[in-house]
Ligand binder design. Structure first.
Ligand code: ATP
Length: 570
C-alpha cells in the first residue's frame, strides 16, 4: 500500500476527537489492508514492532532537523528557527516539503513497506557512523514523500503521532470491520488482544472473519503480557462491598512488579512496562529454576528489596536502580538483594490460567512454589469474611514495612492490563501521584551544572498537562537517604531535551516519578488547572509506563476526596 493512503488516514483521524468517528474511519481502512501489509497495524500506533519489543525507532529532534534540512535543501539553522516558531517539527517538515515540491517532482512515492523497512533498520545501527547511516535512511524516505507524508513520517520518527488512537480504538475498529460490530464477540477479541499483546497478530486472525480463528491465539512463554492493575479501597468494609465475601487479602509488597516466564531451562523476566530485565536479576533466575515446579509457566510477582544484615524490607527507591543497571550486576545483587513474592499464575504447562478463578490459581501456586524466605516465597495470604481479622492482617503488613494489603475477589479471572476492580489496594492515606517530568530549569551556584527544578505533568488523553514544579525531596549526594539525586535526574533528562530557552528546558515526557504533596489546589498558573502544594519527589519509577501516570480525572477525584476530608475534620 502507498504510504500516502496511510498518511491520509492519519490526517482524517487527527481531525476528529469523536471516538465513534475515529472507529468509523479506521474500520473502513482496516478492510483495505491486505495480509502482506499487516505491519501497518504497528504504524497505526506509531511503532515498528509490537509494544513489548525493545527495538524502538528512537530518533531525536536533532536528527529529525538534520534530515529535514538535507531532504529539503534548507539550512539546518533555518529548520531549527522554524521549529521554534511553529512548535511541531512534523509541521515544519510538511511546510518545507511543500516549498521544495513546487520546484521538483517526487520521483518515487514510498510504500508503507518501504517506510517500515527503513525504520526497522534504525534500531539495528550501532557504533561508528551510526548517525550518518540513520540520516541517510531517513532522508531517502523524506526526499520522496509528499508534504502530508513528511508530516506523519517525522512524527512517527520522533514518537509523537498525535492521531488520538488507543488500543481500544483499534479493538472496536476490528470488531466493526470484521465482525459486523457484534458486541458478543468483544470478549473473544479482548481475550485475543490480552493473550497476544500484538495487534498485527490479532489483525491477521481477525481478517479471516472467523471468531474461532481468533480463539486460537494463546499466551506464549517469553512474550510479555500486561499486568493486571488495582483500584483503591477506602476500607475493609468498602472492599467487601465491591468484592463480596469471603475475599483474599495479601500483603502489598513495596517493590516492583515482576512477571516471570519459564519454558524448559529458559527464564525471562519482565516489568509492568513490558521491559525485559532478565539479565539484571541472575539470582532470581536461579530461585525460579530451583523453587518452582513446572515445565512451562508465566507467574506474577512483586520483587522486594531487603537489608542483608537486618533482614528488614527496604523501600522501592533503593532497589529501583537494579532495573536499569547494565554493568556490575553481580555486585549490585549482593548489595541490594531481592525477595520474590509470587501472587498469581497466568499460564501453566501449556495452558492459560487467565480465565480460572483466583481461588484455583492460588491453589496451583501453593502447589508449585516452594517458599524460601529472602529468596522466593508465595505472597502472605488469608481468605476471610471477618473485618477484624483482615484489619489485623493489614496492621501486620504495615509493621512488616510493607505498603498495605491487596484485597482480591476470589472468583475473578486475571484481566491483563486493566483496572477492573477485582483487585483493590488498601494503604495508609497519603497524597501521592505518579507524574512525568516535562521540563526543568538549570541550577545556579552550588547547583550549577544540574537541572535543579522540575516541571511535572499529568495526562489527558494523549497529552501532558503541567501541574507543578518541584525542587525538593532531591538529594545532592549519591545515596543520600535513598533520595533521587539532581545528578541522576540531570543525566536522565539531558538526552531528552527538545528545547532550551535561557535557563529553561523542555524534555520529552519519559521520566516517571512518584510525588508526595500536601494538597491539591485549583490553579490558573498551570495548564492542567491544578497545582500541587509542597510537592516532593519520593521515587523514580523506571518500571512504570507513561500510560499509567495520573490523569486529570484521578487528580480531580483526589481533590474532591481532600475537600470531603477537610469538611469533615476542618
Ligand atoms: P502503587 O503506587 O500504589 O503501587 P501503582 O499505580 O504503582 O500503585 P497499582 O496497580 O495501583 O500500582 O497497585 C498494585 C501494585 O502493587 C501492583 O502493580 C504490584 O506491583 C504491587 N503489589 C504488591 N503486592 C502485591 C500483591 N500481593 N498482589 C498484587 N499486586 C501487588
Amino acid at each position: 500500500m502507498r504510504y500516502e493512503k496511510l498518511a491520509k488516514v492519519y490526517e482524517e483521524l487527527s481531525k476528529t476527537t469523536k471516538r465513534l468517528e475515529k472507529i468509523d474511519i479506521l474500520s473502513k481502512f482496516l478492510e483495505d489492508i491486505g495480509k502482506e501489509d499487516s505491519d501497518i497495524m504497528y504504524l497505526l500506533e506509531g511503532r515498528i514492532y509490537p509494544a513489548y519489543d525493545e527495538r524502538k525507532i528512537g530518533i531525536s529532534n536533532q536528527i529529525a532537523i538534520k534530515a529535514i534540512s538535507k531532504a529539503t535543501g534548507t539550512d539546518s539553522k533555518k529548520v531549527l528557527l522554524k521549529w521554534k516558531k511553529v512548535g511541531d517539527i512534523g509541521e515544519v517538515a510538511k511546510e518545507l516539503t511543500q516549498t521544495k515540491k513546487q520546484t521538483t517532482l517526487a520521483s518515487n512515492i514510498p510504500t508503507t513497506k518501504k517506510v517500515i523497512d527503513n525504520l526497522r533498520k534504525l534500531p539495528e545501527l550501532v557504533g561508528k557512523g551510526t548517525i550518518d547511516k540513520k540520516l541517510s535512511l531517513i532522508t531517502e524516505l523524506l526526499t520522496s514523500t509528499s508534504p502530508i507524508e513528511s508530516l506523519y513520517l517525522i512524527r512517527t520518527l520522533i514518537g509523537d503521532l498525535r492521531i488520538g488512537v488507543q488500543e481500544s480504538t483499534i479493538k472496536y475498529s476490528i470488531l466493526k470491520a470484521f465482525f459486523k460490530n457484534n458486541k458478543d464477540y468483544e470478549i473473544n477479541l479482548q481475550r485475543a488482544i490480552d493473550r497476544s499483546n500484538d495487534l498485527k497478530e490479532v489483525f491477521e486472525y481477525a481478517r479471516t472473519r472467523k471468531i474461532e480463528e481468533l480463539d486460537k491465539i494463546n499466551l506464549e512463554v517469553g512474550k510479555p503480557i500486561k499486568a493486571m492493575l488495582a483500584q483503591k479501597a477506602k476500607s475493609v468494609e468498602d472492599a467487601f462491598t465491591h468484592l463480596g465475601k469471603p475475599l483474599a487479602a495479601e500483603y502489598k509488597y513495596d517493590g516492583f512488579r515482576l512477571l516471570i516466564h519459564k519454558k524448559g531451562d529458559k527464564v525471562h523476566l519482565f516489568t509492568r512496562s513490558l521491559e525485559n530485565v532478565t539479565n539484571q536479576f541472575p539470582e532470581v533466575i536461579d530461585y525460579i529454576k530451583k523453587f518452582i515446579r513446572g515445565e512451562s509457566f508465566i507467574l506474577d510477582s512483586e520483587a522486594v528489596g531487603y537489608d542483608k544484615k537486618t533482614k528488614k524490607y527496604t523501600d522501592f527507591q533503593k532497589i529501583s536502580q537494579r532495573i536499569k543497571r547494565k554493568y556490575d550486576i553481580e555486585k549490585l545483587s549482593e548489595k541490594l538483594p531481592v525477595e520474590v513474592n509470587v501472587f498469581d499464575v497466568l499460564f501453566y504447562n501449556g495452558k492459560s490460567e487467565l480465565e480460572k478463578p483466583l481461588r484455583e490459581r492460588r491453589k496451583l501456586i501453593d502447589k508449585i512454589v516452594k517458599s524460601h524466605p529472602y529468596k522466593l516465597i508465595t505472597s502472605k495470604f488469608i481468605e476471610s469474611s471477618d473485618k477484624k481479622e483482615i484489619e489485623n492482617f493489614y496492621k501486620m503488613a504495615l509493621k512488616d514495612n510493607q505498603e498495605g494489603i491487596m484485597l482480591k475477589n476470589l472468583e475473578a479471572p486475571y484481566k491483563p492490563g486493566r483496572r477492573v476492580g477485582n483487585m483493590l489496594k488498601l494503604k495508609p492515606e497519603e497524597n501521592e501521584l505518579d507524574l512525568v517530568i516535562t521540563g526543568g530549569e538549570w541550577g545556579t551556584g552550588k547547583r550549577s551544572g544540574w537541572i535543579s527544578s522540575f516541571i511535572l505533568s499529568c495526562k489527558k488523553g494523549n497529552n501532558y498537562l503541567e501541574i507543578g514544579k518541584v525542587g525538593t525531596g532531591i538529594g545532592e549526594k549519591e545515596n543520600e537517604e535513598n533520595k533521587v539525586t539532581f545528578d541522576e535526574l540531570t543525566k536522565l533528562m539531558n538526552p531528552l531535551i527538545t528545547e532550551e530557552k535561557g535557563k529553561n528546558v523542555t524534555v520529552k515526557p519519559k521520566i516517571v516519578v512518584t510525588i508526595h504533596y500536601q494538597d491539591i489546589q485549583k490553579s490558573p498558573t498551570y495548564e492542567s488547572g491544578w497545582a500541587l502544594r509542597f510537592p516532593r519527589i519520593t521515587a523514580l519509577r523506571p518500571d512504570k509506563p507513561l500510560s499509567e501516570i495520573a490523569d486529570l480525572e484521578e487528580i480531580e477525584k483526589d481533590f474532591l476526596e481532600q475537600r470531603k476530608k477537610n469538611y469533615k475534620y476542618g
